[in-house]
Write a protein that binds this ligand. Structure first.
Ligand SMILES: Nc1ncnc2c1ncn2[C@@H]1O[C@H](COP(=O)(O)OP(=O)(O)OP(=O)(O)O)[C@@H](O)[C@H]1O
Ligand SMILES: [Mg+2]
Length: 319
């Protein structure tokens, strides 16, 4: 209803993670590069963590888009991590198109390893991607460790991507899982946006939704400061505040949203209780990490370019 009033062609602040809306920040670029580089270069085990609503699932969707273009990659994508070890394996087999019914765990593992070896011989990549991985039980994490053992003398046969909230870091740092931790080849983290990033983020979403020149005026500069204050830069909260502010602005017939609208919305959404940097540890990335990620990003574009130019190796196994 507010779309016509603000001259928009679609809702700018949908909560569904839609790759078309990706706003590039250094952290998001680094994490996406880490994911793609890890998978394409067969690094084995990649972990990305970030607070609630910082864009982890969105990045995975971007990764899947890139992998779908790669043609020679098959992936299993698991987003319900509350499974038993047997269900976990069943799910992976099913996603790779392998039959699992009536099979016990060792039979399933055997089939999986045969599948991986056959793909490895053809130089094809196979990836297991787990979203919400902070929910994985210690038992499943042990299964994951065993899966990381599926390798030849030269190569990892299965690339594993775990993505989850900071509790995943805590789990992986616990002494019981040190064997798994030692196998992590690349680790990246997402943070909330800075104020200037939040401004760019809002503008980009409005532009993609058709706002053109009005993208920088629908929210006044002081309204954006208020949005940042109440969201602390968490993209999902920014979306919720902005969506509600557009509805309120429309009801009040305001072409430019003022900070008092944001204050009203924040009160309605009970956002006064958001703590600054909730749940964040400030261990920071070293310069080496950052340089590595930037190199990875450059690789990503080179690989992507050559993927698009290389004749098809094999159609994606994905259905
Ligand atoms: N860099 C970004 N560019 C565009 N939109 C973003 C970005 N980061 C996050 N978002 C948006 O914020 C919302 C939350 O993102 P997402 O669902 O990916 O978060 P999450 O980290 O997976 O959260 P959770 O921990 O709850 O699973 C989505 O609407 C997503 O599109
Ligand atoms: Mg998510």
């Amino acid at each position: 209803m507010y779309k016509t009033f603000f001259n928009l062609t679609r809702n700018p602040f949908e909560l569904t993670p839609d790759p078309r809306f990706l706003f590039s920040t250094r952290r998001h670029d680094e994490a996406l590069a880490a994911l793609y580089y890890g998978v394409r270069r067969h690094k084995g085990f990649v972990v990305v963590t970030g607070e609630v609503g910082t864009g982890k699932t969105l990045l995975l969707r971007c990764l899947l888009q890139l992998l779908q273009q790669s043609k020679d990659v098959a992936y299993a994508y698991l987003f319900n991590s509350l499974l038993s070890p047997t269900e976990f394996l069943q799910y992976i087999l099913a996603d790779f198109g392998l039959p699992s019914s009536g099979k016990n765990k060792s039979e399933m593992l055997f089939d999986l390893s045969q599948f991986l070896i056959a793909r490895g011989q053809k130089k094809l990549s196979t990836v297991l991607i787990v979203d919400e991985a902070h929910h994985l039980s210690a038992e499943i994490l042990e299964e994951v460790r065993l899966l990381t053992n599926l390798e030849t003398a030269e190569d990892k046969l299965l690339q594993i991507v775990l993505v989850g909230q900071p509790e995943l870091d805590e789990k992986l740092d616990s002494t019981g899982l040190r064997q798994l931790k030692q196998r992590i080849a690349i680790r990246a983290r997402l943070d909330p946006l800075s104020e200037s990033e939040a401004r760019g983020y809002i503008e980009r979403r409005l532009r993609i939704a058709g706002a053109d020149d009005q993208a920088s005026t629908i929210f006044s500069p002081t309204a954006i400061t208020a949005i940042y204050h109440h969201s602390r830069g968490f993209p999902r909260l920014i979306n919720t505040i902005c969506e509600n502010a557009l509805i309120t602005g429309y009801a009040r017939e305001m072409r430019s949203i003022s900070p008092d609208v944001i204050e009203d919305v924040a009160t309605d959404l009970c956002l006064g209780v958001v703590r600054p940097n909730a749940g964040h540890k400030t261990d920071g990335h070293s310069e080496v990490d950052i340089q590595r990620a930037i190199n990875a990003l450059l690789d990503l574009y080179t690989l992507h370019e050559s993927d698009t130019n290389t004749p098809e190796v094999r159609t994606s196994e994905r259905k």
